[in-house]
Design a protein around this ligand. Structure first.
Ligand code: AMP
Ligand code: MG
Length: 535
């Protein structure tokens, strides 16, 4: 077995800054807000900070980048990932892109507070782009400061890693660093401005290109650059599709549709609500990107959105995410049209999105219920009746599916005792009326019958269910508790959550409390139920 030599110095990282080599650069060297034309990025340096302090590091991401544990605890690591020094091979830049925000074309957006450090090639030959979020203003900052506060940085850091361990495609997070400086924020947009601790997260992904990167070029009729960016993306990230041509563009868009569908199926499986599915927040690689006012379903409610900015129309609610991804892909299809000029081919790819999502959703639901595969005659109504039941009373989604695995196919009692394993999922036991119980029991008996048909032992079914129904997710109130402690100078809960969420499908005796449903005090508390975009 080859043992990989871990790096002890950041200057030994091997950079290959292909994106900026291959694509045109903004010619204006100065850093002030502006429209940037005929370029995919602007050179910009991170802003230096007074007193950086390392808060947390993901050891798995460090390993991806071949960084040794000693290196990660070094002063140089803290300085570099707070933006105070560029290590050898780093070249910093902000990306230019546009996007539809809440359904409306917003024109140029760009990396307003993200600064890329370049792309490394690791010892396995993989390409990973590094990006600091919150490292100061860029030409895309518009009227904002380019900074990020500790609370939103903790949320992004922990959720990126939690999603990865849940098996959901996502950008990753290497590090979380305090800047030692304060940032002024009006958390609820109600005139109460407050100084908060500033922080920087180092994000890691094969690419940070978004749907909006292509949209902006088409909106400006910069079709030569549109082609250049598409060709770059295909050659770098989809080489298996072959040299760019019209048919390769179609195959590429089809792949984007499939990957996006798969990502949304995962979100629906684990109860994740992105909260701001604007087209600038949609990764061209089908990764979950830009963790802002996201949230996790506690009581199963498809109408729920964590984002206070979206509270009225609920465009980005849990139950609408598949629809919105489709709409966003439609916008990307419009942007790629000049390269393809075939409406039917684009429509066909969008149909593949719908089919991939539907089949993926059915298979995912079958898996959640421990069934070998989806059988439409029985399962269509079995699933829809369950989903209706979950909404009738406040039912914790995560606990419910986890506990459903405890129902035995050999159950003799078909009365209320059958429900006992599920009781820990209910938030308001008074809601369990006789009528509700009758419906639930009827459903459970149908479920048992279906499971019996499947001819799988209870143990085999339980193992299968526990591999797709997490025991641990980053519950909104858990992230908030970690934030409260961190703001008081105690970072231990960040590490505890990071550690626990590494094995979300296991029973972990040390972290039993993290698997429980949301406590009552957290029901209405800010940060535990609703979040604003302020970050
Ligand atoms: P979001 O939807 O939160 O990803 O952000 C939308 C746009 O606003 C992106 O172009 C961000 O880079 C930019 N943005 C958000 N917060 C800030 C900030 N504090 N400073 C500068 N730009 C920001
Ligand atoms: Mg964004």
């Amino acid at each position: 077995m080859n043992t990989i030599q871990l790096l002890t110095q950041l200057d030994d990282l091997s950079f290959d800054n292909h994106f900026i080599r291959d694509l045109p650069c903004d010619t204006e060297p100065h850093n002030y807000p502006r429209q940037v034309f005929a370029a995919c990025y602007s050179p910009v340096l991170p802003t230096k900070v007074v007193k950086p302090q390392r808060v947390a590091v993901s050891s798995e991401v460090a390993e991806l980048l071949d960084l040794s544990p000693e290196l990660c605890s070094s002063e140089d690591f803290t300085q570099v990932f707070a933006g105070n020094r560029l290590s050898k091979g780093m070249e910093s830049y902000a990306l230019c892109y546009g996007g539809h925000q809440f359904g409306h074309w917003a024109g140029q957006l760009g990396d307003g507070r993200a600064i890329n450090l370049g792309e490394i090639i690791n010892s396995k030959g993989e390409r990973w782009a590094l990006q600091l979020k919150g490292a100061g203003p860029t030409p895309y900052s518009r009227t904002a400061d380019g900074l990020a506060v500790l609370r939103s940085s903790i949320r992004e850091f922990l959720c990126s890693e939690a999603m990865h361990h849940l098996g959901v495609p996502t950008t990753r997070a290497l590090s979380l660093t305090l800047t030692g400086e304060s940032v002024i924020r009006d958390m609820f947009y109600n005139g109460n401005r407050k100084a908060e601790p500033g922080a920087v997260v180092c994000r890691v992904a094969p690419s940070f290109t978004r749907f909006g990167s292509f949209q902006l070029l088409t909106a400006r009729r910069d079709l030569a650059l549109l082609k250049q960016l598409a060709d770059h993306t295909i050659r770098t990230h989809h080489p298996h599709l072959g040299e760019p041509s019209v048919s390769v563009y179609v195959a590429w868009f089809t792949e984007i549709c499939q990957k996006t569908a798969e990502m949304i199926v995962h979100w629906q499986r684990v109860g994740f609500v992105h909260g701001v599915m604007n087209t600038d927040n949609m990764s061209i690689l089908g990764l979950t990107i830009d963790y802002g006012p996201y949230g996790w379903l506690e009581n199963y409610d498809p109408n729920w959105t964590p984002n206070t900015t979206d509270a009225e129309h609920r465009r980005y609610r849990f139950g609408n995410q598949a629809e919105i991804a489709f709409w966003n892909l439609g916008q990307l299809a419009n942007a790629l049209y000049p390269l393809i000029e075939q409406v039917e081919a684009l429509q066909e790819a969008l149909n593949i999105y719908t089919a991939t999502f539907e089949q993926g959703w059915q298979a995912m639901m079958a898996n959640k219920l421990g069934l070998r595969c989806y059988q439409p005659e029985t399962d269509e109504s079995l699933f829809s009746d369950l989903i209706a039941l979950l909404q009738r009373v406040e039912t914790d989604m995560t606990v419910f599916y986890r506990q459903l695995a405890m129902i035995s196919r050999l159950a003799q009692d078909h009365d209320e005792t059958l429900m006992l394993p599920l009781m820990s999922a209910y938030y308001v036991p008074e809601q369990l009326s006789a009528e509700y119980k009758t419906h639930l029991l009827t459903w459970l008996n149908r479920y048992i019958k279906r499971v019996q048909q499947d001819n799988r032992s209870d143990e085999e079914r339980r193992t299968a269910m526990h591999a797709v129904n997490p025991n641990y997710v980053l519950r909104n109130y858990l992230a908030q508790l970690a934030i409260d402690k961190a703001e008081a100078g105690d970072f231990t809960m960040i590490d505890e959550l990071l550690d626990c969420l590494r094995r979300p499908y296991d029973e972990q005796p040390d972290y039993v409390a993290f698997a429980e449903k949301r406590p009552d005090w957290a029901r209405q508390r800010a940060g535990c139920s609703m979040l604003s975009c302020s970050s």
